[in-house]
Design a protein around this ligand. Structure first.
Ligand code: IMP
Length: 416
C-alpha cells in the first residue's frame, strides 16, 4: 500500500495537528520525520484535546501506530511527559509508540545554547522557539550528536558524552546535570526504541498504510525557506523521506496544507504581512498564538507566489485549505499573485531573504462571502463567492483542493 505525506506549505501553523488527526483514521502508521519539540500540533476530538510537540498528532486515533523517525531531534523528558499525557487520554497508547534509535537527543545544554545564541544575535534575531533545535542538528552534522540508540549502551553513552562535554567545554556541574537528564530517561525511553527504517520498510512491504507527518512549513525549510530565518531541518518532502528511511518511490500522495491566509512567528521576511486592522482581525478570530511558545503570530493575506514555490518543491498532488472560517468576516479578500521587485513584476518566490525583503505583493481583490461556511460535499451548495475563491486558488496553483477545514473540530471539514 502506498505512503502519503502531509506537509505545510507556508511558515508552519497551517493546522497540521487537526489534519493529521482527521486523515489518520485511514492509516495504520503515522510517522513524525523531522524537527523536534519546536512544533506544536493541536488535536481536538469531542471532549479530548492535546497539543503534541514530538508525538505524531494521531494520539486520539485508537488503532494507529505512532513512530518518531530518525530525522527527529528528541527532548527525552518532553517525550516522556507527552506520552504520559497521551496515556491519560488514550490508555494503552504506549504500546503503539516507537522511537527511532537513530533520532538525536536534545540535551538541556542544547536548549541553553539555543537561548544564549539568540541573545547574542541582539538586533538580528531569528526568533527561535528556544527548544535547542539548531544546536542539536549542528551537533548531528558535526558527528558528535547523541543518538537515542546509545541509551542501550550506558558505558558507551557515558564515554561518548564525556567527549561531547570536552568538545563543548561544558563545566563539570553542567555535565552532571546533563548526565542525570540522559541516564534518568533510560528506563522510560529505551523500551520504545526500534530500527525505524527497517520497521517502516517491512510495514510498507506488508501493505500497511503509512502517513508521513511534516512539521513546520516549506518556507522554514533550511534549504528552500527564507534562510537564515528558518528552522534547522528540511521541512519539505526530502526531509520526510530521509527522516523516515522510506523510498521516494513509496510515495503516492503528497498532501499540502495551505491556510486561507498567512501567518509567521519569529523573524524574517513576510511580504503579505498586514499589521493593520485586517491582520489583527485574523489573529483574534484565528487564535493565532504559538502552540509551543504562546507568541502572537504575524498575520496577512494569502500569498500564492510563496505557496506555488512550496508546491513545486514538494510535488504536491492535492491541497487541504484550512481556517477558511477566519475569512468569513471580510467584505473583500486579497490574494497575492505576483511581487513587485525593484520596479519589475515577478511571479516567482525569491529565496534569498535579502531579495524577498524588497518584494512588495501585487494583490488581486476578490469578493468576500460574509457568511458562515457549513458542511456540504456539493461544491455548488457553497456560498458563490467562496466557491469562486476556491476556483481561483486551484487554477493559480494548478492543484486540486481535496478538503476544506472550517474550524478546529474534527468534523468541521468539507470533503470534495
Ligand atoms: P527553531 O526551529 O526553534 O530553531 O526556530 C527557527 C524558526 O522557525 C523561528 O522563526 C521559529 O518561530 C520557527 N518555527 C519553528 N517551529 C515552528 C512551528 O512549528 N511553527 C511555526 N514556526 C516554527
Amino acid at each position: 500500500m502506498p505512503v502519503a505525506a502531509l506537509l505545510g506549505l507556508q511558515w508552519g501553523d497551517e493546522g497540521k495537528g487537526k489534519c493529521t488527526d482527521y486523515l489518520a483514521s485511514g492509516f495504520d502508521i503515522v510517522v513524525r520525520c523531522q524537527g523536534g519539540a519546536n512544533a506544536g500540533h493541536s488535536v481536538e476530538a469531542g471532549e479530548n484535546n492535546m497539543i503534541t510537540h514530538l508525538l505524531p498528532a494521531a494520539v486520539l486515533q485508537k488503532q494507529v501506530e505512532l513512530v518518531i523517525g530518525n530525522g527527529v531531534v528528541i527532548d527525552l523528558w518532553e517525550i516522556i511527559k507527552e506520552i504520559n499525557e497521551a496515556e491519560n487520554l488514550s490508555p494503552g497508547i504506549k504500546e503503539r509508540i516507537k522511537i527511532s534509535k537513530n533520532s538525536h537527543i536534545v540535551l538541556p545544554f542544547h536548549k541553553y545554547l539555543d537561548q544564549k545564541q539568540e541573545e547574542n544575535r541582539k538586533d538580528s534575531l531569528i526568533g527561535t522557539t528556544g527548544r535547542g533545535i539548531g544546536p542539536c542538528y549542528s551537533d548531528k552534522a558535526l558527528r558528535i550528536g547523541i543518538r537515542a540508540g546509545l541509551l542501550f549502551y550506558e558505558s558507551v553513552l557515558t564515554d561518548f558524552f564525556s567527549k561531547f562535554c570536552d568538545q563543548h567545554e561544558i563545566s563539570s556541574k553542567d555535565k552532571d546535570y546533563n548526565t542525570a537528564y540522559l541516564l534518568g530517561a533510560i528506563s522510560e525511553v529505551s523500551p520504545l526504541l526500534i530500527d525505524s527504517q527497517n520497521y517502516l520498510n517491512r510495514a510498507f512491504k506488508e501493505g500497511k498504510k503509512i502517513l508521513l507527518e511534516g512539521a513546520q512549513g516549506a518556507l522554514l525549510d533550511i534549504d528552500h525557506g527564507t534562510y537564515p530565518y528558518v528552522t534547522s531541518s528540511n521541512t519539505t518532502i526530502g526531509g520526510l523521506i530521509s527522516g523516515s528511511g522510506l523510498s521516494p518511490f513509496s510515495l503516492d500522495r503528497v498532501i499540502g496544507l495551505v491556510k486561507a491566509y498567512t501567518t509567521r512567528v519569529g523573524e524574517g521576511p513576510f511580504p503579505t504581512e498586514d499589521d493593520g486592522i485586517s491582520g489583527q482581525r485574523m489573529r483574534a478570530t484565528g487564535r493565532e498564538f504559538g502552540a509551543t511558545t504562546g507568541r502572537p503570530r504575524k498575520c496577512g493575506w494569502l500569498d500564492l507566489v510563496a505557496v506555488k514555490h512550496a508546491i513545486e518543491i514538494n510535488g504536491v498532488t492535492e491541497i487541504i485549505l484550512t481556517k477558511v472560517d477566519v475569512l468569513s468576516q471580510f467584505e473583500k479578500i486579497y490574494v497575492a499573485v505576483k511581487y513587485s521587485c525593484k520596479g519589475e513584476e515577478i511571479s516567482y518566490f525569491p529565496t534569498l531573504s535579502e531579495e524577498l525583503l524588497e518584494a512588495k505583493p501585487v494583490y488581486i481583490e476578490l469578493e468576500g462571502w460574509e457568511q458562515e461556511i457549513r458542511k456540504t460535499s456539493n461544491r455548488n451548495k457553497l456560498p458563490a463567492n467562496f466557491s469562486k475563491y476556491l476556483d481561483f486558488i486551484e487554477e493559480y496553483l494548478d492543484t486540486p483542493i481535496a478538503l476544506v477545514s472550517y474550524g478546529p473540530k474534527r468534523e468541521e471539514m468539507i470533503i470534495f
